[in-house]
Every structure is written in structure tokens, then in C-alpha cells.
Design a protein around this ligand. Structure first.
Ligand SMILES: C[S@@+](CC[C@H](N)C(=O)[O-])C[C@H]1O[C@@H](n2cnc3c(N)ncnc32)[C@H](O)[C@@H]1O
Length: 333
């Protein structure tokens, strides 16, 4: 998934830095990814540590992490269920088609008509199986994650869901295909996944390595990925305005200039983890110097950095592709 702030390309840098600081053998450690997004950082640590705790305040991220982090044992018949979803007859009275496709007269075009109908049919079927107890939580989240990933691939947007394109772009014209959202089967350890505000959850968890990757600018994830939440939740509401946002999407303090430093300091102060790593870039709401001043109050601090290609929309217009500096702030409490 092309996600704002994704650490996919920085994973090796993060793993190597953590190993250099904490030690090469992490097998006994509890690693927490508190702002997990796509879950890619936790996925990289999953085979290396005893336990991963993943959290994000957005529900679509919770679904992805329930699958990629929470699931670690083989799920019988997962391919058969996915094939059944693939073969469903599309529904033209579903929430996505009615509100986010052009053919229904919604005035929005986030998906082609066929793909919107297919998302509705699959989403309803997953819920029906769950309600009838035909699938357990592991399979439920595997199927939902597979649907979210598939829908995102055919979305008719420049990149995020803050707006749709007037014409269907080539990838949006392709039929939605349900590929399995593969997760690692590599160990017997149980992992934990939460859907909470980081500042609330921090008082309830403890571990060895805390990885923090908060939003670094004012762009709220709840607005930019609202359709993923809508598909994941599938609870009717009245879509607002041209973009079709839900009326009550969450607004994070980490995206607010006048609140971020207070929230961040509270988080660092309350963290019951001996090692804290914070990803942030040099164009964020907090400056590198501010983060340093704040973190060094709570222990031994240092910072490392690497050059990085910033998030880019696929029409090349919305965000520039200039190189930026990505920092990893390190605190030993
Ligand atoms: C920079 S992204 C993380 C990207 C992730 N590391 C990845 O590689 O996919 C920041 C994440 O923080 C989440 N978030 C924002 N405010 C939050 C809060 N107060 N508590 C928990 N998660 C929050 C957003 O939903 C978003 O997924």
C-alpha cells in the first residue's frame, strides 16, 4: 500500500539501528509499534522478537495489523474462502457503489462501478460469514485485509482518498482481484494488536523496544484514508460533501501544531520501555532540535539519519518527490 509515511523502504535502516543499539539477538524482546499504519515495521520485527505489540488509532490499520501481526498460524481453507468471495455476483445496492461510484449518480468516482459493486458484495459476505460463525477472527481479519489491499490497488485517486480523479485512471479500470494478504507463519508466539490512541495505550503496556512513527504533518490519516475505514467498518452514515467523508473522522493531536509537542512529551514520559526509537523527518511539525530537547530530559539520547525519497502521489502533481532527511531519535530511559 502506498501509505503516507510508510517505512517500507526504511525497514532495513530501522532494523539495523535497533540491533546496533539493543543487541543483535532480539529473540527475548517485546517490540511495540505504537503508530503501526500498514504494519510494515512490526512485520519486519515479527520474526526477530518474542512478541510484537501493534497499535494504530485508525480502524483500517487495526484490520491490517490483526492480519499481518496478529495472525501467525496457518488458517485452514483461507484460499477457498477467498475464492468464494472472488466468485460472488456483484451487488448494486451496497454502500460503496451507492455513495462512491459514478454509476449510482453519487457524484463521486473513487472506484469503477464494477469494482465498487464487487467490494460491496465481498464485504457483506465476510460479515455474513462472521455473524453465522462460519469464520473465526483470524480468518475474518485475513479476508478483510485482503479486501482492503485489493480495493486500494484499484482506487481512482492520485494516491490518498482526500479526492478522486475525474476520469478513471488505468489501474482503476482493472478489475479488483482478491490476492491473499500474506502473513508470516514463523513462530508460536502470540502478538497483540490494539486500536487505541497511543497516549491512552501507553499507560497499559510495557516491553523492551518502543518504536514511534507518529504523523509528522497536518494531514489527518482519518481523512486521507477514509474509504479504507468505510470499507473496514461498513456501517452506514451520511457522506459529507464532494469527498464523501464520514462526519466524525478522528483527528490526531500529532497532526496539530499547537498540540503535538505536549502529546509527544507525555508519551515519552509515560513509556515503560528501556529503549525508545522515534522516526521523524526534517519537514515535520516538530523540529529535530525540539525533539532532542524534549527526549533528552528522560535519558540518554542520540540521533541517526538517512537520506530518503519523500511520499509521492502517483500523478506526480500533488506532492513533490524531493529527497528529505529521515531521522531516528534514540532514547535509553
Ligand atoms: C507515519 S504513519 C505510520 C506509518 C507506519 N510506520 C508504516 O510504515 O506503515 C502514522 C500513523 O499514526 C496513526 N496515528 C495518528 N495519530 C495517532 C494516535 N494518536 N494514536 C495512535 N495512532 C495514531 C495514523 O493512523 C498513521 O497510521
Amino acid at each position: 500500500m502506498n501509505y503516507i509515511g510508510s517505512k517500507h523502504k526504511l525497514s532495513a535502516f530501522i532494523v539495523e539501528t535497533v540491533k546496533a543499539v539493543v543487541g543483535a539477538n532480539l529473540t527475548g524482546k517485546v517490540f511495540c509499534d505504537l503508530f503501526a499504519g500498514t504494519g510494515i515495521v512490526g512485520r519486519n520485527f515479527k520474526p526477530l522478537v518474542k512478541k510484537v505489540i501493534a497499535n494504530d488509532s485508525e480502524f483500517y490499520s487495526f484490520v491490517l495489523n490483526q492480519n499481518y501481526i496478529g495472525n501467525h498460524r496457518e488458517i485452514a481453507e483461507k484460499s477457498a474462502f477467498l475464492a468464494e468471495l472472488e466468485a460472488l455476483t456483484s451487488a448494486d445496492d451496497g454502500f460503496i457503489y451507492q455513495n462512491y461510484c459514478a454509476g449510482s449518480g453519487s457524484g463521486r468516482q473513487y472506484f469503477s462501478d464494477d469494482n465498487g459493486k464487487k467490494i460491496d458484495a465481498a464485504r457483506r459476505q465476510i460479515e455474513a460469514w462472521k455473524t453465522a460463525n462460519r469464520i473465526n477472527d483470524s480468518l475474518y481479519y485475513f479476508l478483510l485485509a485482503s479486501l482492503l489491499e485489493a480495493a486500494d490497488k484499484v482506487a481512482n485517486t492520485a494516491s490518498v482518498y482526500g479526492a478522486f480523479l475525474k476520469k478513471l485512471k488505468p489501474t482503476a479500470q482493472k478489475p479488483l482481484t482478491l490476492a491473499p494478504a500474506q502473513f508470516l507463519l514463523n513462530n508460536d508466539n502470540d502478538h497483540e494488536v490494539f486500536n487505541a490512541d497511543a497516549n491512552d495505550l501507553i499507560t497499559q503496556i510495557r516491553g523492551d523496544i518502543l518504536y514511534l512513527d507518529p504523523p509528522y504533518n497536518q494531514r489527518q490519516y482519518g481523512a486521507n484514508y477514509h474509504l479504507l475505514n468505510t470499507i473496514a467498518r461498513y456501517q452506514p452514515f451520511t457522506p459529507q460533501g464532494k469527498t464523501g467523508l464520514p462526519p466524525d473522522y478522528a483527528r490526531s493531536n500529532y497532526c496539530r501544531k499547537n498540540r503535538v509537542a505536549i502529546a509527544f512529551e507525555r508519551l515519552i514520559k509515560r513509556a515503560d520501555f528501556p529503549f525508545v526509537f522515534v522516526s521523524y523527518n526534517n519537514e515535520g511539525l516538530m523540529t529535530v532540535a525540539e525533539i532532542k530537547t524534549l527526549m533528552e530530559k528522560y535519558g540518554k539520547y542520540r540521533v541517526v539519519s538517512t537520506a530518503y525519497q519523500r511520499f509521492k502521489a502517483d500523478n506526480g502533481r500533488a506532492y513533490s518527490a524531493a529527497a528529505t532527511e529521515e531521522y531516528l531519535h534514540i532514547l535509553e530511559k
